[in-house]
Design a binder for this molecule. Structure first.
Ligand SMILES: CC(C)(COP(=O)(O)OP(=O)(O)OC[C@H]1O[C@@H](n2cnc3c(N)ncnc32)[C@H](O)[C@@H]1OP(=O)(O)O)[C@@H](O)C(=O)NCCC(=O)NCCS
Length: 191
């Protein structure tokens, strides 16, 4: 379990399905997402397919619930596709229920998740792939200190057309520098 000042990140459970279905199927939440449940059972099956332990499996998605620390209420989820070998890179994604947006919870949850990924040396590079029309997510990446590394134009087939893809990245030593820590980068640079 990952704990931050207002949140805890842990495994998704079967009884999360109704809340998860409500926010994941909301049109504003689903607009730029690849997966959107159309029925409660679909959300239930998706949760059943997630890793229920605190240990990520190499090469598989590691999806965590985002819960309010005090009440345990589910307010969103985040995840990363773990590398097949430790120390490589992951792509991350995050979703918040509309009622939980605009309060800093996504920044707080992702900062906790990044700290966990980098501290355990599970990865040395984290990326996020964002549709640039998704302005809330673009701001989130900038706020966390990710570098905008690429902007691919009309590179993703999307709803019968094409969408741009902006790639944001963070290296372990960049994360450490943001926090004022000193680490040796596995690529050879020392900060
Ligand atoms: C992307 C997403 C997670 C961002 O959520 P968010 O609530 O905007 O981000 P945060 O939780 O970090 O909140 C930051 C906002 O809250 C405000 N805020 C209010 N109180 C705050 C606090 N105590 N601490 C920090 N920020 C606070 C900030 O000013 C900021 O507002 P701004 O973006 O208008 O400048 C959310 O829009 C979402 O779930 N979208 C749908 C799913 C999606 O598209 N996911 C991304 C796919 S790549």
């Amino acid at each position: 379990m990952i704990v931050t000042s207002r949140l805890r990140l842990d495994a998704l459970r079967d009884d999360d399905a109704p809340a998860l279905f409500m926010y994941r199927s909301h049109p504003d939440v689903a607009r730029y997402q690849g997966w959107q449940p159309t029925q409660l059972d679909e959300a239930r099956r998706w949760i059943a397919g997630q890793n229920p332990t605190d240990t990520p499996a190499p090469g598989q998605w590691f999806q965590r619930a985002i819960r309010r620390l005090e009440s345990g209420a589910l307010i969103g989820d985040l995840g990363a596709c773990m590398p097949a070998e430790p120390g490589m890179w992951v792509d991350i994604g995050i979703t918040l229920a509309p009622s939980a947006q605009g309060r800093g919870f996504a920044s707080e949850a992702l900062a906790g998740f990044l700290a966990w990924l980098f501290a355990g040396q599970l990865v040395r590079r984290v990326t996020a792939s964002v549709d640039p029309r998704n302005q809330a997510c673009m701001r989130l990446m900038g706020r966390l200190g990710f570098r905008q590394e690429a902007h691919f134009v009309q590179s993703i087939p999307w709803q019968g057309g094409w969408a741009d893809d902006v790639v944001w990245a963070m290296l372990a030593h960049e994360w450490a520098a943001l926090r004022g820590d000193t680490v040796e980068d596995r690529g050879g640079t020392t900060r």
